[in-house]
Design a protein around this ligand. Structure first.
Ligand SMILES: Nc1ncnc2c1ncn2[C@@H]1O[C@H](COP(=O)(O)OP(=O)(O)O)[C@@H](O)[C@H]1O
Ligand SMILES: [Mg+2]
Length: 203
């Protein structure tokens, strides 16, 4: 069965989960897998030389489990029963995978039909992050000592990626981001021949 897999990567608090949820509401037959659901328990998280728990690295995630969840979806892409006003679409199953460390993870390299990456400036990121409650809570200095440096490192690694990533300005409104990505997806689905214009309601 043909499927369409969307990656939404980006910085912490860039708006990945919000965008994924907004898309899921409006796309027919769409599932979401969130990388944040695959963090290892705190007892398995290493402490770095800087004294900070090393959460913002691939080793903190149970990626094998996430890959199993993706394979599971691939084997039987779930069908939503939600009816859609987008009646011209052939209801190809869509999977959105959203998370902060997607495009640095080699085993996923060939899965993407379209990749987006949300960015926000340092100050805005720090501000949004400080309003969120984490378990365990961010230690004092954690953002500057671990989170942001790891983000910069991963961004740098991404420079080697040769295929197209669509960068999104996460300071835009939720609605604008949704509209931009939705429009882009309609185009991509058409280009990749997942969208077939059919005649409906003509009998
Ligand atoms: N476009 C946006 N503009 C302003 N704030 C946003 C936007 N999208 C999300 N937020 C807020 O930023 C915070 C992080 O959003 P979230 O979607 O959880 O980010 P992520 O999943 O990337 O960590 C939340 O408080 C959310 O309400
Ligand atoms: Mg999130």
């Amino acid at each position: 069965m043909k499927t369409f897999v969307i990656g939404i990567g980006g910085v912490t608090n860039g708006g990945k989960t919000t965008l994924a949820r907004n898309l899921q509401k409006r796309l027919p037959n769409c599932s979401v897998i969130s990388q944040d659901d695959f963090f290892k328990p705190e007892s398995e998280i290493e402490t770095g030389e800087n004294g900070f728990l090393q959460y913002d690295v691939l080793e903190a995630l149970n990626m094998e489990e996430m890959m199993s969840a993706i394979s599971c979806w691939m084997e039987s892409p779930s069908h939503s029963l939600v009816s859609t006003d987008w009646r011209s679409i052939e209801e190809i199953p869509i999977l959105i995978i959203e998370g902060f460390l997607l495009f640095n993870y080699k085993p996923l390299d060939h899965i993407w039909n379209r990749m987006y990456f949300l960015t926000i400036p340092y100050e805005e990121c720090k501000r949004r992050r400080s309003t969120r409650v984490y378990d365990p809570p961010d230690a004092p200095g954690y953002f500057d000592g671990h989170v942001w440096p790891m983000y910069l490192k991963h961004r740098q690694e991404m420079e080697n990626i040769s295929w197209e990533i669509v960068y999104l300005d996460g300071t835009k409104s939720e609605e604008d981001l949704f509209a931009q990505v939705y429009e882009d997806l309609v185009q991509e689905l058409t280009k990749q021949k997942c969208l077939q214009v059919t005649t409906v309601g003509m009998h």
